[in-house]
Design a protein around this ligand. Structure first.
Ligand code: KDG
Length: 338
């Protein structure tokens, strides 16, 4: 036993040379491992995007990188994984923008209710200068934001009753992401919101500790929320971008060429992921009906009631987000919304 552990110990040490670069006992450079964690499962469009990224980086580097994908919060929830990126104990993750607010309040601008009119406009604003400026606010937190991907427009589910107006939401216990703008929005709608990491959500719905939640239809279907929720209302109340991000500690140890490779792959895989997400989304309302959910489309008047009820949230967060930033994003949206 002693001998075996000694051999293992030696094998473990011999590979280490200075810095990030490791060599095997044969003198060949060892693969650099990139661990990527997400909360959603392997069926999610997000995971499909990560598979694309993995393929691009592994091929593009002739196998110098190995990208390991971990779904289902295996590496922790969004907040915990971002912390691991900052420490340099995990390389990449892809949270919704909402939980990023804990690191940079600028991201909260995207959490404002009924902000983006459609995905096309969102793409243009996020991929433009204001989107980049907000990504850059992560650098001094130890994170490099590489690209925006898409989670999508969020819809409301619950287990109590059909929701057509804010009045129907009264008193319902709704799980939100860990974000003050989301909490304020649901309070303004008369609900009783409670923040919770994604990994705890299914069980909370199953056990009835919450009545409902909100997520894009892809998530509601592919995570089988229809097994524990009866009603879904197509409210489109938030548009959720994802941010594909990498640990600055890891990033700083890479060559310029490798940084370029990873950045390019993050963007290209993101373009694929957005496309795939939108394709998938088209079938989801039908899928959910077939799975037994009541899918409620709102009239323009009912939508307007939701919008009106949450209008005050913009003012409420003006100081925290910055009035200028809100105005800048609104102006960008107006520019592209033609
Ligand atoms: O993989 C992404 C998830 O970790 C999370 O961001 C999904 O929208 C989400 C939620 O509701 O927590």
């Amino acid at each position: 036993l002693m001998a075996t552990s000694l051999v293992l110990l030696l094998a473990g040490c011999s590979g280490k040379t200075a810095g990030n670069q490791q060599t095997s006992s044969t003198g060949q450079p060892q693969k650099k491992i990139i661990k990527v964690g997400i909360g959603l499962n392997e069926k999610s469009p997000q995971y499909k995007g990560l598979e694309k990224f993995k393929e691009m980086v592994e091929k593009g580097s002739n196998g110098r990188f190995e990208v390991q994908l971990y779904a289902n919060s295996q590496l922790g929830d969004d907040v915990k994984m971002m912390e691991a990126l900052r420490m340099g104990t995990q390389e990449m993750t892809c949270p919704s923008t909402a939980p990023i607010a804990g690191l940079s309040k600028k991201f909260m601008v995207f959490d404002l209710p009924f902000l983006f009119p459609n995905e096309k406009v969102a793409d243009q604003v996020l991929d433009g200068p204001v989107g980049q400026k907000i990504l850059d606010s992560l650098t001094d937190k130890g994170i490099i934001g590489l690209a925006y991907w898409e989670n999508g427009f969020r819809q409301l589910t619950n287990n109590k009753r059909e929701v057509k107006t804010p009045a129907d939401l009264k008193g319902l216990k709704i799980r939100t992401m860990e974000n003050p703008v989301h909490l304020a929005t649901f309070r303004a709608l008369g609900a009783n919101p409670t923040p919770m990491p994604f990994g705890e959500l299914f069980t909370a719905m199953q056990q009835g500790t919450i009545d409902g939640q909100e997520n894009p239809l892809t998530t509601i279907y592919l995570q089988k929320f229809y097994e524990v929720q009866k009603y879904v209302s197509l409210t489109n109340h938030f548009y959720s971008p994802f941010v594909f991000m990498i640990s600055k500690k890891f990033w700083d140890g890479l060559s310029k060429e490798d940084q370029e490779l990873i950045k390019k792959a993050a963007k290209e895989a993101g373009a694929f992921q957005r496309q795939y997400n939108r394709e998938q989304m088209k079938q989801m309302a039908d899928n959910l009906r077939k799975a037994g959910m009541v899918v409620t489309e709102l009239t323009p008047e009912q939508m307007e009631e939701f919008r009106k009820a949450t209008e005050g949230v913009y003012k409420q967060f003006e100081n925290e987000i910055g009035k200028d930033l809100i105005e800048e994003v609104k102006a960008e949206i107006a520019k592209y919304n033609k």
